[in-house]
Each structure stands twice: as structure tokens, then as C-alpha cells.
Design a protein around this ligand. Structure first.
Ligand SMILES: CC(=O)SCCNC(=O)CCNC(=O)[C@H](O)C(C)(C)COP(=O)(O)OP(=O)(O)OC[C@H]1O[C@@H](n2cnc3c(N)ncnc32)[C@H](O)[C@@H]1OP(=O)(O)O
Length: 397
């Protein structure tokens, strides 16, 4: 089962991103207005040029009114979407399909979330059905299960895996230190990571993404119209969303070293985009590093490393800012936190900058002729999740 390819049928022509972090003095409306106006200005347009809007928010708003009121969009269609941690990407996916289908000429996808002061911290317990009763695990507790599972399956000692997780955390904070929009903008030493307070299992504070607020927006047009709008649009090459059926939660043999939904979404997006060897063809990947072991497993599920060898590739620096394939060059969820509705579009914003050579010099990657980027979200716990993958690129055809 695979969606028809959207390759080159839609293109981004402008994007906006707010500061992410503890934005105590800013409400959702402030973030929406800032991201939306930045995106249309970047596209050389005004809000009146946009025909329809998709809003991604998990809990900050309940309907299109959350967007139409602050932007004063009387008389225009505004659709609110939600799909767990893939919420921002869902806004982008649905908006892209709308222009590709010819329903509208110009659309906007905007994601926003207030987490820090909204009582929606990361430690919301996730219900787990167990023998007819219900127990509850927090996000960190659930994802901590990946560590012993990976160690056992691939014969890696817990001490060695600790070095791998530390490398991932240090890498993403190194990148985030070079990004003025990130929540955490400091490099973090290995000793600091390894001595930080334990949160759950082997996971320490620096193995977790933070809790933050933020918004991001994209203006999207039909691919064939994009060159007339600007010289350097970003074409949508592949979009895939896969929902599991929750059976992993009831499976006592569930394999915590892979997310089948991610593998399937990656395959579909690569097929649409014509990508055969993602590790060699992608210039960058923005992946859902909600916790450091998640990023480790994603390197294998997305086909960047052979099964069982991502830990060696991480330690060899393959996914560093100056490595073979830069993973989370903007700092990832580790540096930005995870305002659920905004994260997917925040990842696309980094592709928008990097692939056009427009990132700040201190974190601009060497594209080496590569023209493609990937974004990825994982929503929900292992065994009961949705996964989104996009491939975007600067070349049409
Ligand atoms: C599929 C999915 O995406 S599931 C993911 C859902 N997300 C989560 O579960 C979020 C997980 N993270 C958390 O819950 C929190 O960040 C925690 C528990 C790790 C830490 O929270 P708290 O202990 O409340 O931290 P608090 O806000 O008090 O901050 C203490 C210090 O640590 C820093 N800090 C807090 N969290 C992090 C983090 N994740 N990474 C780096 N630094 C952090 C703060 O900036 C602060 O530093 P300062 O003292 O220099 O100002």
C-alpha cells in the first residue's frame, strides 16, 4: 500500500520560524502572527494572497478559529489538524495535497504549540494496556526501553551505548549552540551529559528533549507555479504517513530496536522521491530525536545505517554537522524542545535554509552537490505510533 507520488506537484516558496523556548510572555496568537507574517514576507506575498490555511496544533487550539481570529481571515477556509507528534507535518502534508490537487493556488501550513505554561509537560503519562488493567509510563520511561533492547539484540555493552547516547546529545547541542532560534543554545560536555540527573532507566536529563513553546509556517504553491514565484523554491519530492494499529502494545515479543511505522513511511517517501540510497543521496535529515536512543534507532529504520551498526556510525561522527550525512543540523528536538504542533514545520525550515545554502555560516553544511533533505516525526510510544517522512529538494524533475 503506497500513496501516489506527490513528487514536484507542490513547492515551498516561503517559511517563517519563531524563537522556541520558555516563552512565558507570549501567547499562541503572538506566535501565530509572527510565524505567518514571516512566511508570507519570505514568499514576497501578503496574507491576502493565501487562499487556504492548515493549522497543526495538538492542544493549543480546537479549531480553525485558533488561526483565523489572530490573522483576521474572515471568509477563508482554515482547517485544524492533529496527529500526535506528526501534527505540524500533517498540516504540511494536507496543505501540499490541496495545491497538488488544484483546489487552491497558494496555501499556508502553520504549526503552533504552547507547552511550557499550558500544563502539558513532557511527563504526561502514556496509558499502557496490560492484562486488562491499565498501567502508565511517561515518555522518557517508554523510550528508555530501547536502550537495553538495543544492547541485547546487537551485543553492545550498556557502557558503550552510554557513549553513543552521549555523542548524540552532544552533537545535537553542538548544532543548537549555532542556532539563535533554539531553546537550548549551549554546547554540553560529555561529562555534563553523563552526570546529569537520571530521568528513567538509562536516560538522563540530556537524553531527553525539553519542554518548549514555538511556531513555524510554510507557504506552498503548485510545483509548476513555483519558479514564477521565486528563483529558489523547495519542491516536495515525497510525503508518507503511516499509522500503526497499536498491536505492539499487546505483543510481549515486541521488538524495541525498530519502529515498523518508520520503516514503512521511509520506504514510501523514498519510492515517491526516487531515492535509492538515502545515506548517499540526502544532504541532511531532521529526525524526531525525542530521546537519544530514538535517534539511534531511527538511523537504521530510515536506512542511513545497516541494522545493528548505527551505534558505530554515530561514534565515527557520520551524522555530525560536518559528517557524511548531517542529522539534526539545527539542533533537533534536543535543542528546540518539542512544541508538538510546530516541530514538523521547524524541521522543514532547516531544510529550507540548508538546501538553498541560506543557513548561518557556522552551521551551513557542505551540500557536495546533494539537493535533497528529509524530515521525520514519530508520534506516540513504541508499539502504538504514527510516523511521517518527507523528502524535499531544490531541483525539479
Ligand atoms: C514521541 C515523543 O516525541 S515523546 C516526547 C515527549 N516529550 C517529553 O517527554 C519531554 C521530556 N523532557 C522532560 O520532561 C523534561 O525536559 C525533563 C524531565 C527532562 C527535565 O525537566 P525539569 O526537571 O522540569 O527541568 P527544568 O525545566 O527544571 O530545567 C532544569 C535545567 O535543565 C535544563 N533542561 C531541562 N530539560 C532539559 C533537556 N531536556 N535538555 C537539556 N537541558 C534541559 C533547563 O534549561 C534548566 O537549566 P538551568 O538550570 O541552567 O536553567
Amino acid at each position: 500500500m503506497s500513496a501516489r507520488s506527490i513528487r514536484d506537484a507542490a513547492a515551498i516558496v516561503g517559511m517563517g520560524l519563531t524563537q522556541f523556548g520558555e516563552l512565558w510572555d507570549r501567547g499562541p496568537e503572538d506566535l501565530i502572527v509572527e510565524a505567518a507574517l514571516a512566511a508570507v514576507e519570505d514568499a514576497g506575498m501578503t496574507l491576502s494572497d493565501v487562499d487556504a490555511f492548515w493549522l497543526g496544533t495538538r492542544a493549543t487550539g480546537m479549531s480553525g478559529l485558533t488561526l483565523s481570529r489572530p490573522l483576521k481571515l474572515a471568509g477563508r477556509p482554515v482547517t485544524r489538524v492533529e496527529n500526535f507528534c506528526a501534527t505540524g507535518s500533517e498540516a504540511f502534508r494536507n496543505a501540499s495535497y490541496a495545491v497538488a490537487a488544484g483546489a487552491y493556488d497558494v496555501v499556508m501550513a502553520l504549526g503552533v504549540e504552547k507547552m511550557k505554561d499550558a500544563g502539558t509537560s513532557g511527563l504526561v503519562p502514556v496509558p499502557v494496556p496490560e492484562d486488562g488493567t491499565r498501567t502508565e509510563l511517561t515518555g522518557p520511561a517508554y523510550f528508555s526501553l530501547l536502550v537495553p533492547a538495543y544492547a541485547e539484540r546487537h551485543g553492545v555493552s550498556r557502557e558503550e551505548l552510554r557513549r553513543v547516547l552521549t555523542h548524540i546529545a552532544a552533537k545535537n547541542h553542538f548544532n543548537g549552540a549555532r542556532n539563535p532560534k533554539a531553546q537550548f543554545r549551549k554546547e554540553v560536555a560529555a561529562e555534563t551529559i553523563e552526570r546529569s540527573p537520571r530521568v528513567a532507566g538509562d536516560l538522563r536529563v540530556f537524553d531527553c528533549s525539553g519542554v518548549s513553546d514555538g511556531a513555524a509556517a510554510a507557504v506552498i504553491v503548485r510545483g509548476e507555479d513555483a519558479p514564477a514565484r521565486r528563483a529558489d523554491p523547495l519542491y516536495v519530492k515525497g510525503l508518507a504517513l503511516v499509522a500503526g494499529d497499536g498491536s505492539g502494545q499487546r505483543d510481549t515479543e515486541y521488538d524495541f530496536t525498530t519502529f515498523p511505522e518508520v520503516v514503512a513511511a521511509g520506504r514510501q517517501a523514498y519510492a515517491q522521491a526516487g531515492v535509492e540510497d538515502p545515506a548517499r543521496e540526502l544532504a541532511l535529515a531532521e529526525v524526531h530525536d525525542c530521546f537519544t536512543p530514538t535517534e539511534l534507532v531511527l538511523m537504521e529504520d530510515l536506512g542511513f545505517s545497516a541494522r545493528g551498526s548505527a551505534w558505530k556510525d554515530v561514534l565515527a561522527g557520520r551524522f555530525d554537522l560536518r559528517g557524511d550525512l548531517a542529522v539534526n543540523p539545527d539542533g533537533g528536538l534536543k535543542s528546540f524542545g518539542h512544541p508538538v504542533g510546530a516541530s514538523g514545520l521547524r524541521m522543514l525550515y532547516e531544510c529550507w535554509l540548508q538546501l538553498r545554502g541560506a543557513a548561518p555560516a557556522e552551521r551551513q553544511i557542505d551540500l557536495r552537490g546533494r539537493t535533497l533533505g528529509l524530515t521525520h516525526n514519530l508520534g506516540g510510544p513504541p508499539g502504538d505510533c504514527v510516523s511521517f517522512v518527507s523528502v524535499v529538494g531544490t531541483q525539479r524533475g
